[in-house]
Design a protein around this ligand. Structure first.
Ligand code: FAD
Length: 287
């Protein structure tokens, strides 16, 4: 099913995100993770894509596994920063042949120290145009409640989201955020700027306090004092940090749903047990 149709049904949607193993690693472990995640019956499962292109086949295989083996709608991520048109069209043909209808179209970032290759795409909207011209896909894109790290201002970043929507983007998934007020402010700005596609709120349960600084640096996300205190207190006690991270994400989601946000994406980071705990905590709320 297309994600636009899932969202238009009007209820709450809850999705999970997985990433494929690095190039050269087998798929058996990843397929097990897909199976365990699919058993939680999320609305859809998204599979990330390595911007360097090396794991592209894995993204297609795991999306295929989620949808065609386990019966959960798949969203395949696709980046264009290091791919030519022929490569992109080849992947689109593979996705179409497996009836995978949903693509999160991204620019991607080149891995550190990697020499830029000739790409025909500068921005995600150009990839979106390509996909829409290629076939019958539902196309989504990324958005950044605190602004993309390269954007001069949040307003300029929002102007580029308008171009994405004009290029066929039917929904936006947010970068992770730890302060819901930042999302509410962003949603208000989007509406005021005429960006009216559904926004899926991306929540990351942080269960390893040692990773938090790197996560915030890479994503440009700020750490509110309330969460910083939790990390300071529990990061050297892994079991306690895990419990606190699940509780924080659970509370964030309850507040979002209470305030009318209907579409939640959990950055599950290949940890079905964490996703399962959150889903359990919210089983009545997600009904
Ligand atoms: P773009 O939309 O091209 O935006 C990049 C920058 O260019 C922004 O500053 C924007 O304001 C600016 N810009 C955009 N359009 C224009 C325009 N028309 N004119 C001028 N400026 C413009 N990375 C991966 O490698 N693999 C993944 O699977 C992956 N999944 C992600 C999922 C989500 C939900 C998110 C939020 C991010 C994901 N990323 C992934 C990271 C993403 O690739 C990076 O954040 C990347 O830096 C930007 O990608 P984008 O699609 O937002 O790019």
């Amino acid at each position: 099913m297309k994600i636009s149709e899932l969202i238009n049904r009007g209820g709450v949607t809850v999705s999970c995100e997985l990433f494929p193993p690095k190039y050269g690693k087998g798929l058996a472990g990843a397929k097990e993770i897909v199976k365990e995640t699919a058993a939680l019956r999320p609305s859809f499962i998204s599979i990330t894509y390595g911007a360097g292109g090396g794991t592209s086949k894995h993204t297609v295989s795991l999306a295929d596994e989620a949808q065609n083996v386990h019966g959960v709608t798949a969203l395949a991520h696709l980046t264009c920063v290091s791919s030519g048109r022929e490569t992109i069209r080849g992947i689109l043909a593979e996705l179409a042949s497996r009836n995978i209808k949903n693509i999160l179209a991204l620019r991607g970032d080149l891995p550190e120290n990697e020499t830029p290759v000739a790409s025909q795409y500068r921005h995600a909207f150009e990839l979106m145009e390509e996909i829409r011209g290629f076939g019958d896909f539902c196309v989504g894109g990324a958005c950044y409640p605190e602004g993309h790290p390269e954007a001069e201002t949040l307003q300029k970043d929002i102007e580029s989201l308008k171009i994405k929507v004009e290029s066929g983007c039917e929904f936006l998934t947010t970068q992770l955020f730890f302060d819901n007020n930042i999302l509410y402010n962003f949603l208000f700005r989007l509406l005021r700027s005429g960006v009216d596609v559904p926004v899926i709120a991306g929540i990351m349960p942080v269960t390893d306090g040692r990773l938090i600084a790197r996560i915030c640096k890479l994503s440009g996300t700020s750490l509110p004092p309330r969460f910083k205190a939790i990390v300071d207190k529990f990061s050297d006690r892994p079991a306690a940090m895990k419990q606190a991270g699940v509780a924080y994400a659970t509370e964030q989601i309850i507040d979002l749903i209470a305030n009318g946000v209907k579409n939640i994406h959990i950055y599950t980071m290949n940890k079905p047990d964490i996703a399962g705990k959150i889903m359990d905590n919210l089983s009545e709320i997600f009904k």
